[in-house]
Design a protein. Sequence first.
Length: 254
Amino acid sequence: MSRRAPSEKLAGTGPRPSRREFLHATATAGAVGLAAPHLVPAAVLGRGRRTAANERIQIGLIGAGSMGRANLRNCARHEDVVGMLDEIEGRGTVVDIVCNNAGIQVPYREDFWQTPVADFDLCFRVNFTAVATICYHFMPKMIERGFGRVINTTSGIMEQPQQAAYSASKAALDKYTTDLGTAVEGSDLLINLTDPGWLRTDMGGPNAPGAPEDSLPGVVVGAFVDDGKSGRWFSAAEFVGMSLEEAVKKAGTM
């Protein structure tokens, strides 16, 4: 099916927004309430009937369990990651926005001199290699379509040799993302990093200072920026309390 120009109309449906117009409308819609899993304002979702299937924004949540198509077990096995991607491909799903959120943290090693190599192997397979595999799969297709957003979840962890395997895998992800970003700089395919912070999740534990919902503007802002800049680090702590529109405006200065 050929893609119509954004200004064309479908019978009885009114004007149909392009991907970029849809994204912009989402970020600037009145009062934006961010509450997972509904990250798009109802006012914009209501236009879905006026958006042809080949112009809708398709979002892929690559996370754990019900948060996406992958879980931590198969993200640790390269063949399972490839199988997941083949399954998505087989369904004919076009993915425009990918949030690579799968992550694993190994036990805290008090005697870090005895950190087992298995810690590094597992952390790198889940936190880095799986993400790179996903990026290599989707990004060339995004380039062909002329549009895409990739958000890789990182961590601000530092000076904790007890968690060396985890922090090293995230450092590798940071370098990978910033380097890959230079290849698409200035295009309408953006790849950036988000650091949610220490949150009260299954991984962060009940004593973490941050509430997951407070991190949402900074976590998703990379999907809505529209300035051609890649390789940035968005710390969710810098966007707490903001509307999505305010977050996008601030991100544009970074």
